[in-house]
Design a protein around this ligand. Structure first.
Ligand code: ATP
Length: 966
């Protein structure tokens, strides 16, 4: 099948990713709904605020245009209860001059003639003098809104004075102006009745009317101007946070890395996100303007639709670019909400400052304006201020499309126009977007790999022909010197032979057509770094994860890489797939070098990878995953459907093809990851623990698929299942501490590194007991007889024993004796009470443990890592991790002149580390073993390390003779 490349592939990848983004948004309905429609909620809130403001202003004509004001007839004296903040009982007014009968009559007339409401006598209070009134007011605050003071000068002159409170007060949004409410009615009433008294005509007409000035409407207090920026910033924050979360999640879950491994173009990735989010932003901006018009805001009705739409669209697009850029700095998706919230708070505060006029004023330096305008919420605040100002009164016509380049109506300073804001938003959007791609390249990815700070200066980068060289370590950390790793000579003869073959082929330039992958002295050293924090420097030393790997992986074969945790298997795979840069050596995959970026581009087309962790989107179905990865790989569109269908059938996921991967079981997810690795018929398939979490039936099924998949391609498998390795592998390499320790077929490894044969002898009539490595635990006459039989004929003692069975390990050199030995044992079965005898070769697991233990022992010895063990006899030993035979200090006697020793049994714990599982009974140390003192290794690291308490005996010294311990 010919895979697409170049622009057609870029286009295909873009379409597939765009569809993926669409599906993710569709499946995450709540988030998408908020992105699109949250503006409705905020516009409704602005509507409510505007209604409240309008209601408050309803009593005033200031906000209306009054061309021909009507006359207001003189108002009556209001009841005192009408006053805000009054204490009852209250008086409508108090007065002084009560000693004058004429004044009394005038006050009586004021009460009776009050228009529309005669005032009862109990609602006024009389005093003789002004001083008495003051004394009463002082002693009874808030019991009366006003006072009249009459003085009868003579028969023709009556003077009067008025006392009222002059402070306007507010209550529930309404203002009370005491001049109009109390003072003027009292004044008119007093003057009317004084005039009538002086003229002597009680019906004398005294009509006073008030008229305000004709005036245009004042600027309305606009909710858009004040709360609009914050509310629309909040609307944009939904998209901002969701976008950051999506990008960071794809980074965090290594989804992006997986797609890159499959040959994804970075440009397809970024533009697919930009296009999809651009569409969402466009719709959301459209809805903002439509909702605003629906609520009949002058702001939306009087400004041009296009002007408004562009303000919201460009602002939200700008925030999107800002989110893209920030996501390069964040590695945990959970942090995006915190970052979003912080941006909102900062935006809220800077918008507040903008609302007060900073820095868009002629009196403030242009430099401030430029700096301020880089933060998108500030530009939004200014744009809304201009647009609100342009529609603040009903006469204002707003900003039309043609006026966008001119000063906004009512903007006296005219420091910035709407068009300037557009330009700023567009330019800064491109800036954020370019910075997002730049930072994404130079900030270490999830594998700690990044490009050089000046990567874009390499012309080849732009042509996709190199320039993708990567580095390790953060840009703000000084990479410590990488100590060079000398190439160590292999200890094992098979490993050495493999190494020599590869070296010879490399030297002589021989291209073996059967070799798919040739690893030539691959070295990987993770550099140590010095991270400079604010108050401290953190140093880490470099780590040699691969110390020179020389190996060939043949076509049509499965090579299994085994090794304990941290052996370097994943590092080797990551070097092959280009995830991590190679420090030394090289790896050729079908002739292309993994060190060259041109080669890596070719390699990516040929490999399929099933990483250790499932790299899947929870919201996408199995079928959608296969369609996506097939498109990224470059399969012709016409074949994608059938290939995906076939792949799903192969991994038995046809039934659940349409189910979302999030609801798959662990085994189903692994199967899907496996199917993704095989898509596009790759010539090299790398499977990193592919069957983890699968049930035994499915696992066997996947093994069948792997077996079938060997044809025409090379497969590299890493696994912790020895059974899997045994069944599937054509060749196995066991790694430990960054080196290949042994290589060969399963049989070869078992016969070379296994302890020999395992004989299991079961007894009749015995109940199952606990197996015990300690042979003192169980003894019966039959047991003793069988043990003696083995001792006499093969010179071995049991490795494990309990009431039910005895287990013996028979060394390879006894193979010639076995036929007669077992024939005789079978003849005497009834005599020994034997129910069954089983004989087998040692397992691969044992080989693995032996290799791992040896590697641990080497390291533990070098590092001085010791493990204590107290024996049942009370003796105490302390040995390096992995030590098998340990002599017990102080046990030399006449009977055992070299002392005694125990064999220590090791197993791997859950984390893969070696721990003691048991130990044998004490046995004499054979005479040929080197002297006790010389064989006790001590730490070469430092004097701080503890001393070995015991004698570590190399297994070869014991196996050179008959087994002495069991
Ligand atoms: N980015 C890194 N920086 C520093 N050290 C690393 C880095 N990645 C891996 N290592 C170290 O390199 C060693 C080899 O790791 P690797 O993941 O290759 O082991 P492995 O054999 O795949 O183990 P497992 O079976 O647990 O997957 C480990 O000691 C690990 O801590």
């Amino acid at each position: 099948m010919t895979l697409r490349s170049g622009f057609p592939l870029l286009h295909q990848q873009f379409k597939a990713l765009f569809r993926k983004n669409l599906l993710l948004s569709w499946r995450n309905k709540r988030a998408t709904f908020l992105q699109l429609f949250s503006s409705f909620f905020f516009i409704f809130l602005i509507f409510c605020i505007q209604k409240a403001i309008d209601a408050r202003n309803a009593s005033s004509t200031a906000f209306e245009s009054v061309a021909n004001p009507p006359a207001l007839a003189a108002p009556p004296i209001p009841p005192c209860e009408d006053k805000y903040y009054i204490k009852t009982p209250c008086f409508d007014f108090v007065w002084s001059g009560s000693h004058s009968a004429r004044i009394q009559r005038i006050v009586g007339a004021i009460r009776h003639n009050n228009p529309g409401r005669p005032i009862p006598s109990g609602k006024v209070k009389s005093f003789r003098t002004t001083a008495e009134v003051d004394a009463w007011l002082y002693g009874n605050p808030m019991h009366c809104p006003g006072a009249l003071h009459f003085v009868e000068r003579n028969a023709t002159i009556i003077s009067y004075g008025i006392q009222t409170n002059s402070t306007p007060v507010a209550k529930r949004g309404q203002y009370e102006d005491p001049t109009f409410k109390f003072q003027i009615p009292l004044q008119i009433a007093a003057e009317r009745e004084i005039a009538r008294s002086l003229i002597g005509d009680p019906n004398f007409s005294w009509f006073v009317a008030f008229k305000e000035f004709a005036h245009p409407a004042m600027e309305l207090f606009s909710a858009f101007d004040t709360v609009g920026p914050t509310f629309f910033l909040a609307t944009a924050m939904f998209g901002f946070v969701f976008q950051m979360t999506s990008l960071i999640t794809e980074k965090e879950l290594k989804l992006r890395q997986a797609m890159t491994m499959m040959g994804l173009y970075d440009s397809a990735y970024w533009f697919s996100w930009l296009t999809w989010e651009g569409i969402i932003t466009l719709l959301s901006s459209l809805f903002i303007v439509l909702f605003g018009m629906m609520f009949q805001f002058d702001f939306f009705l009087n400004n041009s639709f296009l002007v408004l739409f562009l303000v919201f669209f460009l602002f939200q697009l700008n925030m999107l670019g800002f989110a893209f850029m920030l996501s390069a700095f964040i590695s945990k998706s959970s942090s995006s909400t915190t970052v979003g919230f912080s941006i909102f708070i900062v935006g809220f505060m800077t918008q507040l400052v903008t609302a007060f006029g900073f820095p868009y004023s002629n009196s403030i330096s242009k430099t401030y304006r430029i700096i301020w305008s880089f933060f998108p919420p500030n530009l939004l605040a200014k744009a809304l201020q201009l647009l609100a100002g342009a529609t603040s009164t009903p006469q204002d016509i707003g900003i039309s499309w043609s006026r966008r380049t001119k000063c906004a109506p009512n903007d006296d300073e005219c420091v910035i126009t709407i068009n300037d804001i557009y330009v700023w938003l567009v330019v800064t959007f491109f800036l954020w977007f370019v910075l997002a791609i730049y930072f994404d390249n130079i900030i270490p990815n999830i594998s700690g790999v990044r490009k050089s700070v000046f990567y874009f200066l390499n012309p080849w980068y732009w042509f996709g022909k190199g320039g993708n060289k990567v580095k390790e370590g953060g840009i703000c950390s000084c990479i410590g010197s990488v100590s060079s790793q000398e190439q160590l000579t292999a200890d094992d003869e098979d490993v050495l032979e493999e190494e020599n073959i590869v070296k010879q082929q490399t030297r002589e330039g021989i291209v073996d057509p059967n070799v798919a992958v040739q690893i030539r002295g691959l070295v990987k050293t993770y550099p140590g770094t010095t991270k400079i924090g604010c108050c401290s420097c953190k140093r880490t030393s470099s780590y040699h994860a691969l110390k020179g790997l020389w190996v060939n992986f043949s076509k049509d074969q499965l090579f299994c890489l085994l090794g304990p945790n941290g052996a370097g298997k994943t590092t080797a795979i990551n070097c092959l797939t280009g995830i991590t840069p190679v420090t030394g050596g090289d790896a050729l995959i079908y002739g292309y070098s993994a060190r060259s970026s041109v080669g890596m581009a070719k390699i990516r087309k040929m490999i399929g990878v099933c990483p250790q962790f499932d790299i899947l989107w929870d919201a996408l179905s199995g079928k959608e995953h296969l369609h996506l990865f097939a498109s990224i790989k470059g399969l012709p569109p016409s074949s994608i459907k059938s290939v995906a269908k076939k792949s799903l059938a192969e991994v038995r996921l046809t039934e659940s093809a349409k189910m979302r991967a999030g609801s798959y079981s662990g085994g189903m997810k692994r199967r899907l990851s496996f199917a993704i690795a095989l898509i596009g018929d790759p010539k090299l398939v790398i499977l990193d623990e592919p069957t983890t979490g699968m049930d035994p039936i499915t696992r066997r099924h996947v093994w069948d698929i792997i077996e079938d998949a060997k044809k025409g391609r090379a497969i590299v498998l890493t696994t912790h299942s020895m059974e899997e390795a045994d069944i599937l592998s054509d060749r196995i390499g066991i790694m430990a501490k960054g080196r290949l320790r042994c290589i060969g077929t399963s049989i070869r490894l078992k016969s070379r590194f296994g302890t020999g044969f395992i004989a299991n002898v079961s007894f009749t009539g015995s109940t199952n007991g606990q197996s015990s490595p300690n042979r003192d635990a169980v003894t019966t006459p039959h047991h003793e007889a069988v043990k003696q039989f083995f001792k006499d004929h093969l010179d071995v003692l049991p490795k494990e024993e309990n009431k039910a069975f005895l287990t013996f390990v028979i060394p390879h050199d006894k193979e010639g004796l076995l036929k007669n030995f077992f024939a005789e044992l079978q003849d005497r079965e009834s005599e020994f009470g034997i129910s069954d005898i089983q004989l087998g070769l040692t397992t691969l697991e044992e080989v693995f443990l032996n290799i791992a233990r040896q590697a641990e022992l080497e390291t533990a010895t070098a590092e001085g890592r010791l493990v204590p063990l107290t024996l049942t006899s009370g003796a105490y030993v302390e040995m390096p991790v992995g030590a098998r035979f340990v002599g017990i200090p102080g046990t030399a006697s006449a009977e055992n002149p070299r002392g005694t020793m125990v064999e220590v049994y090791w197993e791997q714990d859950d984390s893969g580390a070696l721990c003691i599982s048991g130990y044998s009974a004490e046995a004499p140390i054979p005479p040929h073993v080197e002297s006790m003192s010389s064989s006790a290794p001590t730490s070469r690291r430092s004097s701080r390390s503890r001393q070995v308490h015991g004698i570590v005996i190399h297994p070869d010294q014991i196996s050179n003779t008959s087994p002495t311990v069991s």
